[in-house]
Write a protein that binds this ligand. Sequence first.
Ligand code: MG
Length: 157
Amino acid sequence: MTRIGLGFDSHRFGPGRALVLGGVKVEHSAGLAAHSDGDVVLHALADAIFGAIAAGDIGEHFPDTDPKWAGADSSIFVARALELASEAGYAVGNCDITILAEAPKLGPVKSALACNIAKLLKVPASDVSVKAKTAEGMGPIGQNEGIACYATVLLGK
Ligand code: MG
């Protein structure tokens, strides 16, 4: 028995913040504005897992109106999603992630992100794919206003 989930997230760049993607600090002139640490990758991933087990979305589980989650390490969100999946009898098979960013260039850090995500998901690194694309200058991502991310995850019983 398998279940598939798709997650999406985007955040705009904001001043005075570290850029955190997939739980890894990435060197850049700006970070992402958000209630939590603004990790679009882990937000998309958590939503993919919640989606696969039809357990709502990250906003329901971790409302951004709750001061408890201010500046939160987003790995908490993924851990909770995994916990619910596990309670439902599912474990992660593999996940595939596409990050959309004009800057910084993510090619050099993709494998570090994949390794950290594999650790968070408790799967071998070979079960995690991280891809990076630009938006070819089109739209808000292309105009370098922020970063977006899609994540798909396959769960198995
Ligand atoms: Mg988010």
